[in-house]
Design a binder for this molecule. Structure first.
Ligand SMILES: Nc1ncnc2c1ncn2[C@@H]1O[C@H](COP(=O)(O)OP(=O)(O)OP(=O)(O)O)[C@@H](O)[C@H]1O
Ligand SMILES: N[C@@H](CCO)C(=O)O
Length: 309
């Protein structure tokens, strides 16, 4: 299709929960709780302009802008573009806000300029944008923004993503603490251990494998057994001191499992028809009250795919 055919393109990308316990930087689940909408449009300059009332205006400091600048540099594109970001994913809560903007922007520019990028190439450029948010190009949230569903990063160089089938009916319950912390993800990434013992490696590879087996087979016990992390979540626990209490309580009410969403502080609970939900929500209220922390609850479902968004 000819470049001049479209004058502007708008795409949505949704919130996501990275890591899912042991899958630091390699797993992510897209959900329908919130979305960003990004419009990319030709302008008459040679520059990239960000139009947004809640994210940085300098293109290289905005995840959407940085992704598009990198595409233009790599592909030798010289044109003027306005990038309008309508922010729906709350920032800094572990819901993949920064990655939602970059992945929506990349999908928009791919269509506007008829670049013909495949999904993994779009993940590559979207993850580059994450450098603007936290200093590193982690690929997990943006893989949700490009693929939807449950994604596994099988390689970062070159980027390869596998979509994992989920054969279980969940309700997702997000517990979203009212906590804001400047440079949260950057800080959270700085405190994870740089090396681990072989015993820990064995335990955690077993957990990831067990959890993925559980999602694919629809085995709730396997999901619960696998979705536990004593490396990354544990190292960050001081950032969300209520989490262990919440997790213990929700499992007692027969939730399938729970984890920290991305770098937190939001917690993601997998519930089903065996979960005693009202009692679970009462327990959450008591725990969060005991930590003097306000929060909101958002119930949502898995985002299956993005091809038509
Ligand atoms: N388009 C964008 N959307 C959101 N945040 C952006 C964007 N561009 C730059 N930023 C910056 O990225 C940082 C986002 O913070 P952070 O990475 O901690 O949050 P998050 O993306 O919501 O969380 P997480 O990655 O854990 O899901 C903020 O400093 C924000 O100003
Ligand atoms: N995998 C990343 C996700 C951040 O959203 C982290 O935990 O730092």
């Amino acid at each position: 299709m000819n470049e001049s055919y479209y004058m502007e393109v708008t795409k949505k990308s949704y919130s996501s929960s990275a890591n899912l316990g042991p899958g630091y930087d390699i797993l992510s689940l897209g959900h329908k709780a919130f979305f960003d909408s990004v419009t990319v449009k030709h302008n008459n300059s040679n520059g990239v302009k960000i139009i947004s009332n809640s994210t940085p205006e300098e293109p290289d400091k905005n995840t959407a802008g940085l992704s598009i600048l990198k595409i233009m540099e790599d592909k030798g594109i010289k044109t003027g573009l306005d990038i309008t970001i309508k922010k729906g994913v709350p920032i800094g809560l572990g819901l993949g806000s920064s990655g939602a903007s970059s992945s929506a922007a990349v999908r928009s520019v791919n269509e506007l300029l008829d670049l013909g990028m495949g999904k993994d190439e779009m993940v590559y450029y979207s993850m580059y944008g994450e450098i603007a948010a936290c200093g590193s190009a982690h690929p997990d949230n943006v893989s949700s923004g490009i693929y939807g569903g449950l994604t596994l990063i099988s390689s970062t160089s070159p980027v390869k993503v596998k979509k994992i089938d989920i054969n279980y009916n969940f309700n997702l319950v997000l517990v979203i603490p009212d906590i804001s912390m400047k440079n949260k993800t950057r800080y959270a990434r700085s405190i994870v251990p740089q090396s681990i013992k072989m015993e820990e490696h064995i335990v955690h590879t077993s957990r990831i494998s067990t959890m993925l087996y559980g999602f694919m087979k629809g085995d709730r016990d396997a999901i619960r057994e696998g979705m536990n992390d004593d490396i990354v979540e544990r190292s960050r626990e001081a950032m969300f001191p209520f989490y262990r209490d919440i997790k213990e309580k929700v499992i007692n009410r027969n939730a399938v499992s729970a984890c920290i969403s991305g770098a937190g502080p939001t917690m993601l609970i997998f519930a089903d028809d065996k979960t005693r939900k009202d009692e679970m929500l009462g327990d959450i209220k008591n725990v969060m009250g005991s930590y003097n922390t306000d929060y909101s609850i958002r119930e949502t479902g898995i985002l299956e795919g993005l091809d038509d968004q």
